[in-house]
Design a protein around this ligand. Structure first.
Ligand code: PEP
Length: 250
């Protein structure tokens, strides 16, 4: 029922020339994908990425968006600016933004609203840190991030909102949650959505797993009942590896 979505997060990697090269190599490898294929690229690569992806099934996303329409916010980018570039998705509340740039559940909420207003699909990231996990706080943290970060959104908004469950200790570390653990935790997120929002949302929300997902573990992760895709950092930088993950069911 839920269509899988495999999204790459290039973070602060790739020049425009590298963007063109990677997307040209990737496009023929993913053309028969059954899932949505997305690349979230640096702001400076968006135009090159859109051009390289023209006529393919690859959608382009950004990695952040500000909530204000315009104004004195040096270094920020508005949803209308992204809309003008015809961006389809935007990552919001990635753990690196929460950790290094003061992102909070409140700012996640505002950015998500701004993206939806501009008809850009938000990929909202949630996840516990290693110490929160060790202290047995995983469920509490996730519930807070979901309830506060997505406060006020209605059932129809969840046709557009994608949630990425990314345990912070698994991002860029080579450590992956076991497929069973990831599935169980995402199942818990579905319960929170059903209880705090509406029961249909628990079933219909698309929820990705992210955290060192790669060619070796993607099939097992993607076979889990509650996992609808992946948000992929390191392994999205190489066309071959990313294509393998996108074609997880072939
Ligand atoms: C990410 O950046 O969202 C991510 C999951 O990174 P990696 O796949 O490298 O762990």
């Amino acid at each position: 029922m839920r269509k899988a979505i495999i999204a790459g997060n290039w973070k602060m990697n790739k020049t425009m020339a590298e963007t063109k090269e990677t997307i040209s190599a990737l496009a023929p490898l993913v053309k028969d994908a059954d899932c949505d294929v997305v690349l979230c690229v640096p702001f400076t690569d968006i135009q090159a990425a859109k051009k390289a992806a023209r006529g393919t099934n690859i959608k382009i996303g950004a990695q952040n968006v500000h909530w204000a329409e315009k104004g004195a916010f040096t270094g920020e980018i508005s949803a209308d600016m992204l809309k003008e570039l015809k961006v389809d998705y935007v990552i919001i509340g990635h753990s690196e933004r929460r950790q290094y740039f003061g992102e909070t559940d409140e700012t996640v909420n505002k950015r998500t609203q701004a993206a939806l207003n501009a008809r850009i699909k938000p990929i909202v990231c949630v996840g516990e840190t290693e110490s929160e996990r060790e202290d047995g706080l995983t469920e509490k943290v996730l519930e807070r991030q979901i309830v506060e970060g997505l406060k006020g959104f209605k059932s129809k908004d969840f046709d557009k909102i994608v949630i990425a469950y990314e345990p912070v200790w698994a991002i860029g570390t080579g450590k992956t949650a076991t497929a069973q653990d990831a599935n169980e935790t995402i199942g818990y997120i579905r319960k929170v959505l059903a209880k705090k929002f509406h029961k249909t949302i628990g079933e219909k929300a698309r929820i990705q797993y992210g955290g060192s997902m790669n060619v070796k573990n993607c099939k097992e992760l993607m076979a889990q009942e509650h996992i609808d895709g992946g948000l992929i950092g390191g392994a999205s930088l190489k066309a071959d590896d990313f294509a393998y993950i996108v074609n997880y069911n072939k």
